[in-house]
Design a protein. Structure first.
Length: 240
């Protein structure tokens, strides 16, 4: 199948393991526990691909091995980064990305839902620290207890499905206004119209990484063939 033409700041994985796991995830016969495991696995692979081009390894402090030899540690930059899962389904991607990173990072949650009639996003929860500064990395490096040190220079949005793109675009705009310098969106599956909408929100500072792409949306704004409602499948709330 020919890959769709996507915006320059959108990256579609061609990893064969991702394609196989995505096929399993689509199936209606895949149980909730397997859904969680598959999303975790896909997120890990996508995270590896995205962070390899987003983060930089730099020399850190000196340390000593168990045999008594000195070595130079490795740190990653930017150091001021955070994970931003979109409730609810984004919670299924948090653990895999946390495990990829060498050190714990803040996790800030955004709650957004689509209004059923207009399909436009409505924010119902936001726990971003309310501090915006010009240089958050500098504040953190000079004073870790500085209140503005909580603002990240890099925010990683975790949103398994990009359908109409409204929710993802709203999250990007919220983080831009919060003061981040760069955004990486990690997603399992997106529809072409929604991907284009999200990619256009802040193209100079936002990269979107996906495991798969569907061409169409239903009249209800669901991907076709899609994955169904990932939040419902993760938390066994199908039919609510």
């Amino acid at each position: 199948m020919t890959s769709p033409k996507l915006p320059q700041n959108v990256h579609l994985s061609t990893h064969p393991c991702i394609q196989g796991k995505l096929s399993m995830l689509r199936s209606k016969n895949t149980a909730s526990r397997e859904v969680k495991s598959l999303i975790n696995d896909i997120s890990t692979i996508i995270g590896c691909e995205a962070l390899a081009t987003t983060l930089t390894a730099v020399a850190g402090a000196k340390d000593e091995t168990t045999l008594g030899y000195e070595y130079t540690t490795t740190e990653i930059e930017p150091r001021a980064l955070s994970l931003v899962p979109i409730l609810r389904s984004g919670l299924g991607m948090v653990e895999s990305i946390q495990n990829l990173l060498p050190h714990p990072v803040p996790v800030h949650h955004l709650g957004l839902y689509r209004e059923p009639t207009t399909l436009e996003p409505v924010e119902y929860y936001n726990n971003l620290p309310q501090h915006i500064i010009a240089n958050p990395a500098a504040a953190r490096s000079t004073d870790p207890d500085h209140p503005d040190a909580s603002v990240s220079s890099l925010a990683i949005i975790l949103d398994p499905v990009i359908a109409t793109g409204g929710t993802c675009a709203a999250a990007i705009q919220t983080l831009k206004e919060w003061g981040v310098k760069k955004i990486v969106v990690l997603s399992v599956l997106g529809a072409v119209p929604g991907i284009e909408r999200a990619a256009a929100e802040w193209p100079e500072a936002c990269e979107i990484w996906l495991a798969g792409v569907d061409q169409e949306l239903t009249h209800r704004g669901m991907l076709k063939p899609g994955l169904g409602d990932v939040g419902d499948r993760l938390f066994l709330t199908i039919g609510k």
